[in-house]
Design a binder for this molecule. Structure first.
Ligand code: GDP
Length: 445
């Protein structure tokens, strides 16, 4: 899902890594690259234009935070704009004041309506609702049987035309189904309607007639994400022909590009409510724009981490620390202690490390990092004299024993810390040459 776009954006961001600040030229170049990435992902042109204009405006703007380096700032902006373009808030189902809540599905044949109907009823039933599935696709041979099979798999009753009882008239079937639901305490009615292979006036009319007969609480336009740009045209045709409240995207599992998902909200003004990611009834959820954006950016929880850093640290603290790291004088044990205390304020260390991208495979080592280790390090550094902290090379054998006694640890612990500190100092020197993220790091860990 969205692999193409993810890969492209990741490489755009990595080219910003190590930059101290973004020049006008950097912003233009980055915007051009993001634009290409979106076009390649088959995102509709007006959406691309709006997106790029927004990102450029914000990248130039004053809101730039000193707690983040340029690459992080751009990622943050792109992430927020992606969330926006995907619809912002998660769109929940609107419930009818008086049950049943009626949901009508409309879309082309093969878009995945019947499958989606099964997924919705299963999802609703799992949340202790009592949905009723309604077969109003009386055109396609086997459509009713297919819906009955789906209903059986989801353990949900199916309302289908009875012989001699309005057979062949989907509008009548829909009307009767709502009555049936009322009598049988079904609090949701999901109506599957007939689709055609292409946009067709007769199909639109039938859907509009069903809509007028039952006045659904939600009309969902169901669309196959794999058809890319075509989804946008079809979406517009259904908007004009039937109208709808929200969109259900199907077959996202087969959509490497993501053009439909990223375009449809902007073009139609209707939010995406559901995303379907496979043929099984379980492959389904409400569509969460924020989670989808994180997935596209392949960022792990790094955004949460960035926000947490911003929330935790005062701007001047960040600047002071960044200054200490960037200055030509050596990084001292005092800096080390201060930095460690800053990082600790963000929460348990294993949680923090777990949020870094790529740390998933290191889960075991992460769990070994204990907050008590940090307490011990703090105690050791506090037992040193100011001179020793400034110049740890002074710390000879007898001083080590004194420090160990003063902080209640073994001499080997003091040795370990001093060794790790020198390694960190060396690493920092190397990083200064290659550029350094603006966030406090954790040398020696
Ligand atoms: P309808 O004509 O709109 O009712 O479409 P169907 O529900 O019959 O679906 C058409 C085909 O798409 C079927 O083969 C489904 O198994 C398949 N399908 C539906 N939803 C998904 C999905 O989310 N992912 C994948 N991979 N296939 C799907």
């Amino acid at each position: 899902m969205f692999e193409t776009l993810s890969d492209r954006l990741t490489s755009v961001f990595s080219s910003l890594r190590g930059k101290g600040r973004l020049s006008e030229e950097d912003i233009d170049k980055t915007a051009r690259e993001i634009r290409l990435a979106l076009l390649e992902a088959d995102v509709a042109l007006p959406v691309v234009r709006a997106f790029i204009a927004k990102v450029k405006e914000r990248a130039r703007g004053e809101e730039v935070s000193k707690a983040l380096n340029p690459a992080q700032q751009v990622i943050k902006i792109v992430n927020e704009e992606l969330v926006e373009i995907l619809g912002g808030e998660t769109r929940e189902i609107r419930h009818a004041k008086n049950a049943p809540t009626v949901i009508m599905l409309a879309g082309l044949q093969g878009s995945g309506k019947t499958t989606l109907a099964g997924k919705i009823v299963k999802w609703l039933a799992d949340q202790r609702n009592t949905p009723l599935l309604v077969a109003c696709d009386l055109q396609r041979p086997n459509a009713v049987t297919q819906l009955q099979v789906v209903g059986q798999r989801a353990s949900v009753p199916v309302f289908a035309p009875q012989p001699g009882n309005g057979v062949g008239d989907p509008v009548e079937v829909a009307r009767q189904s709502v009555e049936h639901a009322r009598l049988n305490n079904n609090n949701f009615v999901i109506i599957d309607t007939a689709g055609r292979l292409g946009v067709d006036a007769e199909m639109m009319q039938q859907a509009a007639d069903i809509r007028d007969a039952v006045q659904p609480d939600e009309i969902l336009f169901v669309v196959d994400a794999m058809i890319g740009q075509d989804a946008v045209n079809t979406a517009q045709a259904f908007l004009d022909g039937v109208g709808y409240d929200a969109v259900a995207l199907t077959k996202l599992d087969g959509d490497a590009r993501g053009g439909a998902a990223l375009s449809i909200r902007h073009i139609t003004g209707r939010p995406i409510m559901f995303a379907s990611t496979g043929e099984k009834l379980e492959d389904f959820d409400l569509f969460h724009p924020d989670r989808m954006a994180s997935r596209i950016l392949d960022m792990g929880d790094v955004l949460t981490l960035i926000e947490q850093a911003q929330r935790t640290f005062e701007q001047d603290e960040v600047e002071e620390m960044a200054g200490a790291l960037a200055s030509d004088t050596d990084f001292t044990l005092d800096d080390f202690l201060k930095q460690m205390q800053m990082v600790r304020r963000m929460g348990p260390i294993s949680n923090l490390l777990g949020m870094m991208p790529g740390m998933g495979q290191m889960r075991d080592q992460i769990n070994d990092v204990d907050d008590k280790d940090l307490d011990r390090i703090t105690a050791i550094i506090r037992s040193m004299t100011p001179g020793e902290r400034l110049n740890p090379k002074l710390i000879n054998g007898s001083r080590r024993l004194r420090i160990a006694n003063g902080s209640g640890v073994q001499v080997s612990d003091v040795n370990g810390l001093v060794t790790r500190f020198f390694e960190a100092q060396k690493m920092l020197k190397q990083m200064k040459n290659g550029g350094m993220p603006g966030m406090p790091g954790m040398p020696g860990m």
